[in-house]
Design a binder for this molecule. Structure first.
Ligand code: MLT
Length: 396
């Protein structure tokens, strides 16, 4: 028996599992404390009503002889892939529906896509980084090169010789820092990947938070990206599907390496290992793009943006350096009083009952930083702001 011993190279538990464990322990000790959770980026508003009605109708169809659907197409129903292609077209990006694959969310595909690439490839990730990119590659034993995202470069590193590899992970708007690449910034990465025969895995899960049309919400807004990038996206943060599960991945026809089409490979992989997302859920997701669904979805996004503004105003008032908060549901800030991220985590939990995510959980460069999410309710966000405002030591 040979086990995958690379699992021994992982930290004992996944970041958000670790945080949940710490909160549970705190709550057991202090059952009466009212805790405001702004740690994991999970949405709090209910699904858009249009998505709910569409899923109810689809569930009813499944109970009829004529409307019943068994196994669906592994790459997703045409109605959803076509709706997504139309949505991209509105941004000036031309995609064929067969370049879009429906998934059960960005996280699964970010891991699953690695099936297409040899284990000997070098992977380039920014530091700090969403831990999934790192852990999935540690599991496969790949070499990881870190590209420094720092206060000095606004947490938006650009490519250079120190971060050359085969696979490049980019996330913009970024998790955890909330920083957003301009078109010029993304173009530098696209050009670098093209020159080096690399492939970019672009995580666009937070693209719907962008309100400035000059900022790219999709990597395909950059010329040449269809020859070097796969884009992974999700209905989770956009339409509240964190618990419903639906996402999509774009693998362009033009993306080929070693004479192999990555689109064909991904189709082959999905038809072998995946039976698709349920009909009911895909109907719900497609309803987010109807005029009514779009209105409801945008209202929810606007609600979270208002929370982000409240948090950003507090950090400005306290003279604390931060990134994000605009075009992003995340606020990433320097821990006050020289605290480490984990020390700040403990003090905020103890003294304010507010939970965030310590920067160390996202990598070495996250040390001494902290992330809050804007996904809470208005009431809880306002209460958290009040509690943080009252802490005498909470300032820059
Ligand atoms: C986060 O808090 O970073 C996200 O919720 C994680 C995720 O989307 O899987």
């Amino acid at each position: 028996m040979q086990m995958n011993t690379h699992y021994q190279d992982l930290k004992e538990s996944y970041l958000f599992t670790d945080i949940a464990k710490r909160i549970r322990a705190f709550q057991e000790k202090h059952p009466d404390r009212d805790i405001i959770r702004m740690g994991i980026g999970d949405v709090t508003l209910p699904l858009p009503a249009s998505c709910v009605s569409a899923m109810q109708e689809a569930a009813a169809e499944q109970g009829t002889q004529t409307g019943f659907h068994g196994y669906g197409p592994e790459q997703g129903y045409a109605f959803l892939r076509e709706a997504l292609a139309e949505r991209y077209a509105k941004k000036g990006v031309t995609l064929q529906p067969n370049e879009i694959f429906i998934s059960d969310g960005a996280k699964s595909d970010l891991g699953n896509l690695l099936d297409l690439f040899g284990k000997e490839n070098t992977v380039v990730v920014p530091d700090p980084v969403y831990p999934v990119y790192v852990d999935t590659n540690i599991m496969a034993g790949r070499k990881i090169v870190y590209c420094n995202a720092t206060k000095e470069n606004g947490f938006l590193p650009l490519p250079d010789e120190s971060c050359r590899g085969d696979l490049y992970y980019l996330c913009s708007p970024n998790n955890p820092t909330g920083a957003v690449y301009t078109k010029e910034g993304l173009k530098a990465w696209v050009d670098f990947a093209l020159e080096n025969d690399g492939v970019i895995l672009f995580d666009a899960a937070y693209g719907s938070f962008i309100t400035d049309s000059d900022l790219p919400a999709s990597i395909y807004e950059i010329e040449g990206a269809e020859k070097c990038a796969i884009e992974v996206c999700s209905f989770s943060k956009m339409a509240g599907f964190t618990g419903t599960r639906c996402g999509w991945t774009v693998v362009p026809e033009a993306l080929c390496r070693q004479g192999m089409s990555l689109n064909r490979m991904w189709l082959r992989r999905q038809t072998t290992k995946f039976n698709g997302v349920s009909y009911v859920v895909q109907k719900g997701a497609a309803a987010a793009f109807t005029p009514e669904g779009e209105k409801e979805m945008q209202a929810n996004l606007a609600y979270y943006r208002e929370n982000a503004v409240l948090l950003a105003e507090l950090l400005k008032k306290k003279n604390i350096f931060f990134t994000g908060g605009a075009h992003s549901p995340y606020l990433w800030f320097k821990a006050p009083a020289g605290l480490s991220g984990w020390e700040l985590f403990d003090r905020l939990l103890e003294e304010a009952g507010v939970v965030g995510t310590p920067g160390e959980g996202f990598g070495e460069n996250g040390s001494g930083f902290f992330r809050l999410t804007a996904f809470s309710t208005h009431e809880k966000t306002a209460e958290a702001v009040k509690r943080l405002d009252a802490l005498t030591w909470f300032h820059g």
